[in-house]
Design a protein around this ligand. Structure first.
Ligand code: 13P
Length: 241
């Protein structure tokens, strides 16, 4: 049932890139042409500054465009922040909310819920990130932490994506066992229902993506480091079809 969901391969560029990365989507399309990935969604989330610049090339390449965070308000006195409406007008289709790097900088379940709801109001699809720290996993609390984060972070409106990203697996080369990934994804599935795509994120590479993407309730991946190079991103995406 869950594998009937269209896989989503998403690259989170974080604070990386430069104006000349505008052609990366076309580079990706040359490596893995649109005609060969009709059953797959591919998304690039560049720094917000480059959304507008990438909006044409992602469309040409048959890819979606996303932002990495948004404010909960539509406008107002919030220095340095961007609203979901602004990101939408710059060409975004999706927005990541509650990434562990943003949770570490102050996001809470409550603020993530408000951001996800703001994204929905603006017409964006939120990708809500959850995941335990190493200490929480070592204590045996991974499942409890993730369930609590989900309960507190979901928007009131339907149509969102969940990304399970264990904090200790991000940028470290460490990955949970396939059994541990399956256990968490099954629990998330039971919590959010059949229609929601659940991505895995944390040190996804071309070498481990095949096994991870084959897990029943894994509907795609949220990729950091390996999403900066179109060669590795396209290799991972090929393993999702
Ligand atoms: P890495 O793939 O570099 O571990 O990053 C994962 C991530 O944080 C994606 O949002």
């Amino acid at each position: 049932m869950a594998k009937a969901l269209r896989p989503l391969i998403a690259a989170n560029w974080k604070m990386n890139g430069s104006p000349d990365w505008v052609d990366k989507p076309l580079e990706f399309d040359a490596l893995f042409p649109q005609g060969q990935r009709k059953s797959l969604d591919v998304l690039i989330c560049p720094p917000a500054l480059y959304l507008q610049r990438l909006s044409d090339t992602t469309r040409q390449a048959g890819m979606y465009l996303g932002a990495q965070d948004c404010h909960k308000a539509a406008s107002g006195a919030h220095t340095g922040c961007l609203s979901a409406e602004m990101l939408m007008s710059a060409g975004a289709d999706y927005v990541i909310v509650g990434h562990s790097e943003c949770r570490a900088a102050g996001d809470t379940n409550k603020s993530v819920k408000a951001k996800a709801s703001a994204a929905k109001r603006a017409g964006l699809i939120p990708i809500i990130c959850v995941g335990e720290t190493e200490a929480q996993r070592d204590k045996g609390d991974a499942l409890k932490v993730v369930k609590t984060q989900i309960k507190g972070s979901l928007p009131t409106l339907a149509d969102y994506v969940i990304a399970y990203e264990p904090v200790w697996a991000i940028g470290t080369g460490k990955v949970p066992t396939l059994k541990d990934i399956a256990e968490i994804h099954d629990a998330i599935r039971a919590q959010v229902g059949d229609g929601v795509r659940i991505l895995y994120g944390g040190s996804v590479k071309p070498t481990n993506a095949k096994d991870i993407l084959a897990i029943e309730n894994v509907n795609g991946a949220l990729i950091g480091g390996a999403g900066l190079e179109m060669k590795s991103l396209s290799e991972i995406a090929r393993l999702a079809v």
